[in-house]
Ligand binder design. Structure first.
Ligand SMILES: Cc1cc2nc3c(=O)[nH]c(=O)nc-3n(C[C@H](O)[C@H](O)[C@H](O)COP(=O)(O)OP(=O)(O)OC[C@H]3O[C@@H](n4cnc5c(N)ncnc54)[C@H](O)[C@@H]3O)c2cc1C
Length: 368
């Protein structure tokens, strides 16, 4: 009987597993794929989770965080205008290929039992739980579901907050790395009808001034299905991407469905995208995954110590999640609505934003 089984080895699952193990719990972490692996993501890690990330990574991975490129500015290319917003304190740019593998190894280093290539098929019970996997069945006093936004174990929370209309529109995510000479230390978001593409440097070679950059798009499937098609959708992006050399094969994912937070289901705590999927353009998904994973594990500690029931721990998590994290989802839904307004309505609003740096900075802080 484990104290805790965490399902899913992304940022949310590893954060939960490490936090619980650090406080003495016996933890099993199950992951269906293998690390390292490429993941569709803009790889923008916002500042408010960087100190938590520092606590989660074991000492040998400290350079991954400390040597990462810092992103000081966001540039939004929309309706022929460029909106600049400061990112203060700066975010970090860390490829998921390294980040997720480092978190996985750190979990193992701090005493979590880890199993890759193990798919959980079914969870039974309301505490204790029986976890049926492709390997064998395991028992645990508590379970955290951190299986991401679209898994066999997190689909019950769908349909999304916007109802059926959005679910019928197929959105996909696609990303690849390229090389570019001297990109600015900014995250550049190129918007176009039916999607946007984020571009940011992920590593730099100081001798050649050549950098590796990540281009990651979220796009409607009827608009584009490849990055080459995405690059044609925005004039500034089309021009910029002409000089890029591909570094990695593209990876893609679908569907992308936003939904309101649902952090608890029948005494199972959900963390990261399994609890709620935030629009990627706010660049906060990794941070929310790390924070909600740690929060879920912290809320379970009184239960492990025999000072509360599992149901009380779950209620505590639900409430803490609402207080600490839910406002980000509300703010990003409002911003998404603004960007999806018809161009005739949106342009004057963008023009106001263009003239007010304080308003732009305020909007950035609201999504944190
Ligand atoms: C296009 C796009 C761009 C993005 N850009 C950014 C960005 O720039 N910055 C940012 O902060 N966020 C970004 N995000 C969001 C970010 O990628 C997610 O929020 C983050 O990965 C969530 O972490 P997680 O641990 O909850 O889920 P995941 O990282 O998805 O991890 C879930 C894990 O669970 C495993 N799993 C699933 N089912 C099972 C099962 N049944 N049994 C065992 N294991 C299972 C999966 O294999 C996976 O490894 C972006 C997302 C998209 C789609």
């Amino acid at each position: 009987m484990y104290d805790l089984i965490v399902i899913g080895g992304g940022p949310a699952g590893t954060s939960a597993a490490i936090t619980a193990a650090q406080s003495g719990a016996r933890v099993l972490l199950l992951e269906k794929s293998r690390f390292p692996r490429h993941k569709v993501c803009g790889e923008f890690v916002s500042a408010e989770s960087l100190s938590l990330l520092g606590h989660l990574l074991s000492q040998d991975f400290a350079p991954l965080l400390h040597n990462s490129i810092r992103i000081f500015e966001s540039r939004i290319f929309l309706d022929g205008k460029i909106l600049h917003a400061r990112i203060s304190p700066p975010a970090a740019s860390i490829p998921r290929f390294y980040l997720d593998a480092a978190l996985w190894d750190s979990a193992q280093n701090c005493g979590v039992e880890v199993l890759e290539q193990t798919t959980v098929r079914k969870i039974s019970g309301q505490g204790p739980f029986s976890i049926e996997s492709s390997r064998q069945t395991y028992e645990a006093r508590a379970v955290i579901n951190a299986t991401g936004r679209w898994s066999n174990l997190s689909m019950s929370a769908i349909p999304d907050a916007n109802g059926d209309r959005q679910s019928r529109t197929k959105w996909l995510g696609v990303k690849a790395h390229f090389t570019e000479m001297s990109p600015s230390l900014s995250v550049d978001l190129y918007f176009f009808p039916g999607g946007y593409c984020g571009v940011q440097p992920v590593s730099a070679d100081s001798e050649t001034a050549r950098s590796n950059i990540n281009a990651c798009a979220m796009v409607r499937a009827d608009v584009a299905t490849t990055l080459a098609e995405v690059f044609q959708q925005n004039p500034e992006l089309r021009e910029r991407s002409r000089h890029w050399q591909p570094l990695s094969s593209p990876v893609s994912t679908s569907p992308l469905i936003f939904r309101q937070p649902e952090p608890v289901e029948e005494n199972i705590l959900r963390a990261g995208d399994a609890a709620a999927f935030v629009d990627p353009f706010v660049g906060d998904g990794i941070s929310l995954a790390l924070r909600s994973g740690a929060l879920a594990a912290q809320c379970l500690q009184p239960f492990f110590a025999g000072r509360s029931s599992l149901a009380e721990a779950a209620v505590n998590y639900q409430q803490s999640y609402k207080n600490k994290l839910a406002s980000v989802y509300r703010a990003s839904s409002q911003l998404r609505r603004l960007l999806n307004l018809p161009p005739a309505v949106r342009r004057p609003l963008i023009s106001v934003l263009g003239k007010s740096p304080r308003l732009r900075d305020y909007l950035v802080t609201k999504t944190r």
